[in-house]
Design a protein around this ligand. Structure first.
Ligand SMILES: [Zn+2]
Length: 204
């Protein structure tokens, strides 16, 4: 058993990965960031509830004021999603760097990130995570730290199935990227969620 960290949005992908890591016997520290997205409040709620249910540490960190000051922009900051086409440069790197730094301080040796085959980000490549791992390890004077994206070769439906097999309730996760109160059913993450549920025959 080792201590690991997880970027945890409270969505079905990162929730599946949380169940997976616990099943593998890891102690998991989860990080949930608020960058001001429409779904941030729903993500906070779902991440907190799941973390409490599973008895894992969850750190909800409001990074919005810092990011708005950095970009001199009062709009929500999109770091990891392509829904609005306004993702900040190196956004995933910023989220990973923040979580990795905190993870190391808490004694974790790995940071997990639940991107999958259907996430069409240009940085959704094994080499990207290998390079980040190398950079962090170098900065740590050679003490190994890994950024791990274990679902890169799996579809969203396969990831969801993995979570369900391990006890995840899909309805206890959040996907919608345009609301924190009711899932719209029409945005890209909502459509992906509905399609994944249809493929693995989860009741809608
Ligand atoms: Zn939606």
């Amino acid at each position: 058993m080792s201590k690991v960290a997880l970027l945890f949005s409270g969505g079905p992908d990162s929730t599946s990965l949380l169940y997976d890591l616990l099943d593998q016997g890891h102690e998991v520290i989860t990080f949930t960031f608020n960058a001001g997205e429409f779904e941030a409040e729903a993500e906070r709620r779902h991440a907190k509830a799941t973390a409490e249910k599973l008895g894992v540490e969850n750190h909800f960190v409001d990074i919005l004021p810092t990011l708005q000051a950095l970009y001199n922009d009062s709009a929500p900051v999109v770091m990891r999603k392509v829904v609005f086409n306004t993702v900040k440069p190196f956004g995933s790197g910023i989220a990973i760097a923040l979580a990795a730094s905190a993870a190391i301080c808490k004694g974790a040796e790995k940071l997990y990130y639940a991107v999958h085959k259907g996430d069409s980000y240009p940085d959704n490549k094994p080499q990207y995570f290998e390079l980040l791992s190398k950079a962090i390890t170098m900065e740590q004077g050679g003490k190994k730290f890994e950024v791990v994206a274990p679902y890169l070769e799996m579809s969203k439906a396969e990831v969801m199935q993995r979570g369900i097999d391990l006890g995840m309730d899909v309805d206890a996760t959040w996907s919608c990227a345009v609301s924190s109160s009711a899932e719209c059913g029409a945005c890209e993450p909502c459509k992906d969620r509905v399609e994944a549920k249809r493929l693995i025959k989860v009741p809608a």
